[in-house]
Design a protein around this ligand. Structure first.
Ligand SMILES: Cc1cc2nc3c(=O)[nH]c(=O)nc-3n(C[C@H](O)[C@H](O)[C@H](O)COP(=O)(O)OP(=O)(O)OC[C@H]3O[C@@H](n4cnc5c(N)ncnc54)[C@H](O)[C@@H]3O)c2cc1C
Length: 442
């Protein structure tokens, strides 16, 4: 059996299968993922503020799947051949490998979508991967360093203007974390930058912040960010991103800035539609309630799947959230084993118990068991809930310690840039044939 994707959906499916097949030797599980770790996305924005060490919001797949019957493989999926039941991957050895399967789980998640907006690809930073969080942290610190020396007031203001595109969970949380970080380090390390000089914009195409929650919760989040220096612009499309500005709205208002963070769009992995499976308009694999796709040996799950939700009053499929992916994985593992054993499969049913979001500065919003919560209580609940979901005791302890140390000692503006030239490695990790050397006689 082959599982493509090592995010919440793929890893949890593998773990559940492992648990249920301990005493069987007829099930072998291979999990292919581009990275050798699983990323815990809800904590990703805390990596850019430095509250959390980058390594602590990821877990090694080899540690998560060490129990015997499943094997992680670090490789990039290139093609899914439905007819031949073969997946082509590019391994770390730069060679293509063909992996056959009798059962396939597609859990490739999504990737940042720019909706064709000019300049996003070239000049904006995303918030989807660990590399994105690193890049954003480095960018924010670089802007503070430059602004500290910049004599021209207009250029300085552009350096201190941070624009977040998209006001969903990740946009709001990222906006909150950036403000939190700048407020903490400015006072202590950049006294030349006046209070209130750093400015933020949160730009959203829809007429609400946090559409996943009741309107009142979104309004609270917007008011809170506005009180911390953000201008929240709703119903406003981003038209273009340039190196030195972002262009917004029908009137094409220009905001001079050096930092645009794009969280406004995620699309499913294009490999899903390319495989020839039946997909919805957005490119998600359409599945039965059992998560079986249009090919009987192939299942799809998580952000790249459109799984019908009979309980949704508007007939929408299950939402692409980590919360859902984790539950889908449990049901899918049971269904796969039922299919192997010739038993009937069961439909996936789940109604989330609530939603919570952190907006930084010890503040959160959410709805839990139908009760609306906000402020410090919601923030504690958000931290508490996600802490219990961090995989493994080891990681839980590291995350808790990071939070404790950040509360005791604050954060600092260390920029973690990797100078590949100095170590003779390309970004791909391959040793360059002619590493640059300093000649001591020169
Ligand atoms: C910043 C941020 C904050 C979020 N906060 C929350 C939250 O608070 N609560 C919540 O419920 N949800 C949250 N989400 C959404 C949540 O992360 C996703 O719904 C969830 O990760 C979906 O799981 P998945 O396994 O389907 O996809 P993913 O987690 O995206 O995993 C897909 C995996 O497939 C791998 N992959 C993709 N293409 C290839 C390829 N070609 N070859 C090999 N491997 C490949 C990827 O590297 C990745 O490891 C957040 C998302 C982000 C980005």
């Amino acid at each position: 059996m082959l599982i493509l994707g090592g995010g919440f959906a793929g890893v949890l499916t593998a773990q559940e299968l492992e648990k249920r097949t301990r005493r069987r030797d007829d099930v072998e599980i291979w999990l292919v993922n581009r990275e050798n770790f699983m990323l815990f996305t809800p904590l990703l924005p805390e990596v850019c503020s430095g509250t959390l060490e980058a390594r602590h919001c990821v877990s090694a797949l080899r540690a998560m799947l060490k129990k015997g019957s499943s094997w992680p493989l670090t490789a990039t999926v290139q093609r899914i051949d439905l007819e031949a039941q073969v997946v082509t991957v590019l391994g770390g050895d730069d060679e293509q490998h063909r992996l056959g399967f009798d059962t396939l789980v597609i859990a490739l998640g999504g990737e940042t979508s720019t909706f064709g907006i000019p300049g996003i690809h070239e000049y904006a930073v995303g918030m989807k991967t660990l590399a994105d969080a690193f890049a954003l942290r480095n960018r924010v610190i670089e802007m503070l360093e430059r602004a500290d020396l910049e004599p021209d007031p207009a250029e300085r203001q552009a350096q201190l203007t941070f624009v977040v595109g998209g006001a969903g969970f990740s946009g709001v949380q990222t906006a909150g974390e950036i403000e939190d970080f700048i407020r903490k380090v400015r006072r202590r390390y950049y006294p030349a930058i006046a209070e209130g000089q750093a400015k933020g914009y949160l730009i959203e195409l829809n007429d609400r912040v946090l559409r996943e929650m009741p309107a009142e919760m979104g309004e609270y989040a917007a008011r809170n960010l506005a009180s911390r220096g953000y201008e929240v612009l709703l119903g406003t499309p981003i038209k273009e991103v340039r190196e030195d500005a972002v262009v917004i709205g029908a009137e094409r208002r220009e905001i001079p800035t050096r930092t645009v963070i794009w969280t406004g769009g995620v699309r499913p992995s294009p490999l899903v539609a390319q495989s020839g499976l039946e997909c919805d308009r957005g490119g998600r694999a359409i599945t039965q309630p059992t998560m079986q796709t249009s090919h009987p040996a192939i299942f799809a799950i998580g952000d790249c799947a459109s799984i019908p939700n009979p309980e949704d009053p508007d007939g929408r499929p299950h939402a692409p959230t980590a919360q859902n992916a984790v539950r889908e994985a449990r049901r899918l593992a049971q269904n796969i084993l039922a299919r192997i054993d010739g038993r009937p499969m069961q439909a996936f049913r789940y109604s989330p118990l609530g939603t919570l979001a952190s907006i930084g500065h010890h503040t959160g919003v959410g709805v839990v068991f139908g009760v609306r919560v906000r402020g410090l209580l919601a923030w504690f609940m958000w931290r508490g809930y996600y802490w219990t979901r961090v995989p493994g005791f080891n990681r839980k302890m590291r995350v808790a310690l990071d939070w404790l140390l950040a509360a005791l000692f604050g954060t600092d503006p260390v920029q973690l840039k990797v100078d590949y030239d100095a170590v003779g490695m390309g970004p791909s990790g391959k040793r360059r044939p002619t590493p640059r050397r300093i000649d001591p006689r020169a």
